[in-house]
Design a binder for this molecule. Structure first.
Ligand code: SAM
Length: 426
């Protein structure tokens, strides 16, 4: 996938554009996300010198799923619609200047990005929908039938930022524009709906489905967020590690199976998955069933603190060669737990190689702490202090995507090695 440059400093835009044009790598248009400017490129190499500049960040974008290819068609459609409604030229211009240009297709949902400058929630659009009654349904229905006719979409919504303090990272603010995400008969204020939903609740909710790397994934966008940006990290699981097949894996923050499903596809013998959100667990179960992984997946809709008990209960000897810690902004709450799992009597007793297990530590890290390795050093010191019976090395740091200006979502591969091997070798 190509990369786009994200900058909060308007003074950078011109020089970046000139550099890209000189290399025939500039992709129109330059867009805004709040205070950030997004400059698209045709460059696919994450190590391109342009992206190493720490004054701005680069992130992947999906040219076929985001608005970039089709935004012209979208703007043309909206323009034509507004003219048809008899809206005057000045107003049309205002509306076009504030409409969103970026979106993602998660069949059957068309999900628009939100920014203060460009959104169907912008005051100009709210005023238009107020003045032209029924225009909203007509606009979005026509949009699905014309601009997105080949995608079989039924719903339109706006993706709003999630509440950072919610540990389950639920999309409380997602805003439906056309079609219901949940049947009108469902009471959204009922705690039971969120904590222990029934099969009837599941059947009254819209489910999205995407296939990435040949893996089917399902989620209910009203209850679980989805980030397509992790596709590269999923690919790494599918292609990099030779010790998944035939061995065991623990996913401490399984969600809808972002990483769990990739381990299962890679023929892990057992994957133990822990997830608090019952809606994500339902998505995970649907994914496991569709991909035919049921015999090897052990799904626990509970706090991962129970993982110790669950793994001991399993009784058989396990070779847990990977533990995934996919919690943002920090997976630190799971570090000790992962080491406690590796210290259980029925875990890895038969592993002969010095490398016992790879921890996949997900974190949001400031670019400075990444470049000077201070985060990684602190983490290794903390792991050693927590469980000194192992040795630790950071084998790889994968930059997954930018989370905010200068903040990267990274996955650090921490190799947990047996101490005995070091002593006997020295
Ligand atoms: C960043 S999300 C990503 C999860 C996953 N990668 C996915 O498919 O969405 C982290 C997940 O961890 C879950 N979680 C957070 N704390 C947990 C805990 N103590 N035990 C089990 N799950 C937890 C949240 O509900 C959330 O779904």
């Amino acid at each position: 996938m190509p990369f786009e440059i994200v900058t909060s400093n308007p003074q950078h835009i011109k020089s970046i554009k000139i550099e890209l044009e000189g290399r025939s790598s500039f992709v129109k248009p330059i867009t805004k996300e709040g205070d950030l400017t997004i400059i698209k490129t045709t460059i696919n190499d994450p190590n391109d010198p342009l992206f190493v500049d720490s004054r701005y960040t680069a992130r992947e974008y999906n040219a076929s799923q985001s608005a970039n290819l089709n935004s012209t068609g979208l703007v043309e459609y909206v323009h034509g619609f507004l003219k048809e409604q008899g809206v005057d030229e000045v107003k049309v211009k205002e509306l076009l200047n504030t409409m969103p240009l970026r979106y993602t297709i998660y069949p059957p949902l068309l999900l628009f990005n939100y920014s203060v400058q460009r959104s169907f929630k912008h005051a100009t659009w709210t005023a238009f929908f107020g003045a032209y009654r029924e225009s909203s349904d007509k606009l979005f229905n026509g949009m699905l039938e014309t601009v997105f006719s080949s995608n079989k979409l039924t719903n339109v919504a706006i993706n709003m930022p999630i509440i950072e303090t919610d540990i389950q990272r639920r999309p409380f603010n997602i805003l439906p524009l056309f079609g219901d995400l949940i049947d009108k008969s469902v009471d959204l204020n009922n705690d039971k709906l969120w904590e222990s939903p029934s099969s009837e609740d599941f059947s009254k909710t819209l489910w999205c489905h995407v296939v990435q790397n040949g893996i089917d994934q399902y989620w209910a966008p009203a209850f679980t967020m989805f980030s397509r940006g992790n596709v590269k990290e999923k690919k790494r699981i599918l292609s990099e590690y030779v010790d998944i097949e035939g061995n065991d894996v623990v996913d401490l923050y399984a969600g809808i199976g972002y990483f769990t499903l990739s381990y299962l596809k890679r023929k892990a013998r057992n994957v133990f998955c822990f997830e608090l959100n019952p809606w994500s667990v339902e998505g995970l179960r649907r994914g496991i069933a569709k991909n035919k992984f049921a015999d090897r997946a052990h799904v626990y809709c509970e706090n991962n603190e129970n993982s110790i008990t669950r793994i001991l209960e399993y009784r058989e000897d396990l070779t847990i060669r990977h533990i995934n810690l996919g919690l943002l902004p920090s997976s630190r709450p799971g570090w000790k737990l992962a080491l406690d799992i590796l210290s259980l009597p029925n875990v890895n007793a038969s592993v002969e190689s010095p490398l016992l297990c790879t921890l996949h530590v997900h974190e949001n890290i400031h670019i400075e702490e990444l470049n000077n390795s201070s985060f990684v050093e602190r983490m290794l010191t903390e792991l050693t202090a927590t469980q000194p019976t192992f040795r630790y090395t950071a084998a790889h740091v994968e930059k997954i995507k930018t989370f905010a200006p200068d903040v990267w979502h990274v996955c650090i591969d921490v190799e947990v090695l047996s101490l005995d091997t070091q002593l006997s070798c020295s």
